[in-house]
Design a protein. Sequence first.
Length: 161
Amino acid sequence: MNKLIFLFLSLLSFALHALMGDHKAFVDVKAQTVVIDEPRGLSTYTGNAEVTKGSLVLSAEEILIFSVKQTVSKIIAKGSKKKLAHYKQSQPNQARSVEANAQTITYFINQQLVRLEGNAHLVQGFDSFSGGILNYDIKKDKMVAGKSKNDTQRVKFKIKL
């Protein structure tokens, strides 16, 4: 019995370490077309584009990857009103993955921050948040919601107590 518990805890710690390592994981990209502009440090992926970085997955019709000195610094996923960009990532302290949709999703890699703009919706555990702009701090597992720039979308949230 003790061996089974030890094995389970070992596997659990490995899984948690893997999630913590998302920040350092390689970026894997799939798309129908790509345009690479090395002097500007910009790669543009279009057509059902998908970026995977550890357990983090971004998908949209168009994804822009910005690099500084051949290191990815920012990823922007652009959707539309009809088909929003999508974000999903496992979190070690959540029973469920964090999932989000918005017209534009920007992932700031060094800050480990995800910014959702335009019809933004985020589900964190059993809580959900909607608004014009949502900022999700991956490292602190913290969400900050704000109204849209033109004041048309107020913040809404639903929590499970």
